[in-house]
Design a protein around this ligand. Structure first.
Ligand SMILES: Cc1cc2nc3c(=O)[nH]c(=O)nc-3n(C[C@H](O)[C@H](O)[C@H](O)COP(=O)(O)OP(=O)(O)OC[C@H]3O[C@@H](n4cnc5c(N)ncnc54)[C@H](O)[C@@H]3O)c2cc1C
Length: 379
């Protein structure tokens, strides 16, 4: 009888969106004793969360709240990784490689930051880089080890987390598009209303969907969308022991906004045109996920551009000192990001109706931040 009363009085959370933000909110809600219903319009998540590198990226974060959120998220990923082997969590660390003295100078500055230790930074000469990651047989002037960076498997993580949640108190409802929002409730395209003590909309980069009118209310341009090109090779037999970034990444990540950035030589024309940086992660099956580019102006291209891939392939081969295995997959992905011109928030959260919270816009940091963002929602 006591048990029945407890179940009857359990609070209910409705989560909209089956991406990593929605799924981490489902995890956070279940941990706090909520009964959870999670709706996803597709048969399986198909957004940014399954198209990314699976990088839990601490190293490049801006000092202050951004680094703090990344560090908290890293802790939560590690805890979850221990409980959910299907996430493929690896504390692999990263190497950011300098192509020349100017890039090396900037890495030296980063390694001397007051919070360098919190980021797990260590400056390495080429020999030490190769000792950490023997697959790097190409040309570079040195590297910055980011010990705290980690890797998860984006194509497996969401089903793995849902498997972990499986119980009578968690219901996954794929193929349900939410079309209407009201106080403490949403209605899906079948006409069914779902009521909860808390509703969380994690609809990703769908800025004109059900979240559209709320995002527009935040002022035009509060969030923007960014499109990236990616590729994946066939498995490489050799192990790449860390995630890799090239010197172009120093132009993008806020941690490297240091005096030495002004000394960097201009990027190659291809990198400038594509706003490219090389990030490379070896998947659990040996394949290499390689990216990325950045397209900001809509309408986005509907096709992928081979010039970008030529550039990224050449960069990867220059660092590895060997040809890449055959490219097996190419895709593009779009994420939602708080527009840097509209403010410095790390992501967008707003109570849009009584009992309904919209959470989106973490940008290229969303996989990393997701467990910590979900924790903040419930705080
Ligand atoms: C190519 C690429 C590489 C990236 N690499 C990294 C990385 O390595 N590390 C990192 O930290 N971040 C990375 N990011 C960013 C990260 O992937 C995103 O910030 C994050 O996945 C966003 O998660 P989300 O759940 O908000 O969005 P999504 O994954 O897009 O999920 C939103 C979901 O909501 C569903 N949905 C939308 N509207 C409705 C509706 N009305 N009803 C029901 N369902 C709906 C969608 O179908 C979708 O499945 C990358 C992004 C891209 C595109």
């Amino acid at each position: 009888m006591t048990i029945l009363l407890a179940v009857a009085s359990r609070q209910r959370a409705i989560i909209v969106g089956g991406g990593v933000l929605g799924t981490m909110h489902a995890v956070a809600a279940r941990r706090r004793g909520f009964e959870v219903v999670q709706l996803e319009r597709e048969a399986e998540a198909r957004g940014a969360s399954v198209r990314n590198f699976g990088l839990v990226w601490v190293s490049g974060r801006k000092a202050g709240p951004e680094l703090a959120l990344a560090l908290r998220a890293r802790e939560l990923w590690q805890e979850l990784g221990a409980e959910v082997p299907g996430l493929g969590f690896r504390a692999a660390g990263s190497l950011t490689l300098a192509a020349d003295d100017a890039e090396l100078g900037l890495l030296k500055e980063a390694a001397a930051l007051p919070d360098a230790q919190r980021r797990g930074f260590e400056l390495l000469d080429p020999g030490a880089v190769r000792a950490v990651n023997p697959a790097l047989r190409g040309e570079f002037a040195g590297g910055l080890l980011g010990r705290l960076d980690a890797i998860v498997e984006p194509r497996q993580a969401l089903p793995a987390l849902r498997g972990y949640l499986t119980s009578e108190a968690y219901r996954w409802l794929p193929g349900r598009e939410v079309t209407e929002v009201g106080p403490n409730a949403v209605r899906d395209h079948t006409g069914t209303w779902h009521h909860g003590d808390l509703v969380v909309l994690c609809t990703g980069a769908a800025h004109t969907g059900v979240a559209g009118r709320y995002l527009a209310r935040g002022g035009a341009g509060a969030v923007r969308r960014v499109r990236l090109q990616m590729m994946q090779t066939a498995p490489l037999a050799e192990r790449i022991s860390t995630a890799l970034a090239d010197g172009d990444s120093l132009r993008y990540y806020p941690a490297y906004d240091l005096p030495g950035r002004g000394q960097l030589t201009p990027q190659s024309a291809a990198a400038q045109r594509e706003r490219a940086q090389l990030l490379l992660v070896q998947r659990a099956d040996g394949g290499l996920t390689i990216g990325d580019t950045h397209e900001y102006a809509e309408p986005f291209a509907f096709d992928v551009d081979e010039d970008a891939y030529d550039h990224l392939r050449a960069r990867a081969e220059a660092l590895l000192g060997a040809p890449l295995p055959r490219i097996q997959r190419r895709w593009a992905g779009v994420y939602s990001e708080v527009d840097p011109a509209a403010g410095h928030a790390l992501y967008h959260r707003a109570e849009v109706e009584p009992g309904v919270v919209l959470v989106t816009g973490p940008g290229g940091r969303g996989m990393t931040f997701s467990p910590a963002i979900a924790e903040e929602t419930f705080r």
